[in-house]
Design a protein around this ligand. Structure first.
Ligand code: XMP
Length: 323
């Protein structure tokens, strides 16, 4: 019979058999899949696993801390955090084009992650031969079903390493659907905030700032997003709403009035959507009083924002994200 307990027992045995006495690396993104995959592997092989978390500075409020503190506390995993915030900001300076932003974030992410892998390879200990990935059943079907290997090339001038290192993949979630992964995560005692997290794009808040990404704009958007999330949760809407991107129109300003002064600030867009699989979506007809609360709080509490607007576009023709 299918129980999360049995799934965990079975996977732990398989992972032990696969990895043996060697070491494994796992990249954590803050998302559900990589967290559950890492927790399973940690349960199986303990200190033979090292996780890597790249802090690109594009996460929402509290998310990096959830990984650094809560996830580590729940699993006891060995975690290497790379603070790459400055590096990402520098690489993104002056860039407004959405696809260029995505390419830069993806490229920098791979570079930083590979550098971290090389550092782990150079530590004393058994051979590092495995890379853990949170591949789900739908991903397996979509990509044709093969299991694989991953290469890293040492183009970073790190001496004494082979030119090309090949990892074997460990993919303990290959037979599971998303809701099953959440149940397994729960069984493993992971924090609710991680297990129940709604989808969040890899490029993070970088693609929710329309315009150039700067530290100040990220901080501003983080505040607005935190308020929206807090109120949606308080209203019990987390399950009804698939996700609610909060977008900063950084290149737009409009006139407003606050106290006895004129303001000239930025709009924040709320994009609550209902969906089954993100391929299509509709804008969520959410209660006006919740929208009103979010709007009042954002314009009162977030400096330089004087207007909140609601995106009422379905997908298609709109995408869920603005970039
Ligand atoms: P769109 O904007 O294409 O988004 O309607 C569909 C779903 O995918 C998420 N998304 C991403 N997820 N990396 C991800 O891991 C990405 O680059 C990315 N871009 C969009 C988006 O949040 C939505 O759930």
């Amino acid at each position: 019979t299918w129980t999360t307990h049995n799934v965990v027992e079975e996977q732990v045995a398989l992972i032990r058999e696969q990895v043996g006495t060697k070491r494994a690396i796992c990249g954590l993104s803050g998302g559900v899949d990589s967290a559950v995959a890492a927790a399973l592997v940690q349960k199986a092989i303990g200190s033979q696993l090292t996780c890597v978390y790249v802090d690109h500075g594009l996460m929402r409020k509290g998310e990096t801390e959830q990984v650094e503190k809560d996830f580590v506390a729940a699993t006891g995993v060995q975690l290497k955090v790379v603070d790459a915030q400055e590096r990402f900001l520098t690489a993104l300076a002056g860039v407004s084009d959405p696809e260029t932003k995505r390419k830069i974030i993806g490229r920098e992410f791979i570079r930083v992650f590979e550098q971290a892998q090389l550092e782990i390879l150079q530590e004393d200990g058994p051979e590092v031969a495995f890379l853990v990935q949170g591949t789900l059943y739908p991903d397996v079907v979509e990509s044709g079903g093969g299991t694989g290997t991953a290469n890293i090339k040492s183009h970073h001038n790190v001496g004494g390493l082979p030119d090309d290192i090949e990892f074997e993949l460990v993919e303990p979630l290959r037979k599971l659907f998303k809701d099953e992964v959440r149940m397994v995560g729960q069984e493993l005692g992971l924090p609710e905030e991680i297990v129940q997290r709604q989808p969040f794009p890899g490029p993070g808040l970088g693609i929710r700032i329309v315009g150039e990404v700067t530290k100040d704009r990220l901080d501003l958007l983080r505040e607005a997003d935190a308020i929206a999330r807090e109120e949606l949760t308080a209203a019990g809407l987390d399950r009804e709403i698939w996700q609610c991107p909060v977008v900063l129109l950084a290149d737009v300003r409009s006139v407003g009035v606050q106290g006895d002064g004129r303001t000239y600030g930025h709009p924040i867009v709320l994009r609550p959507v209902s969906s089954e699989d993100a391929m299509t979506a509709d804008w969520t007809r959410m209660p006006y009083d919740v929208l009103a609360k979010i709007s009042t709080r954002i314009t009162n509490e977030v400096a330089d924002v004087n207007r909140v607007v609601l995106d009422v576009t379905s997908k298609p023709p709109g995408t869920i994200e603005w970039e």
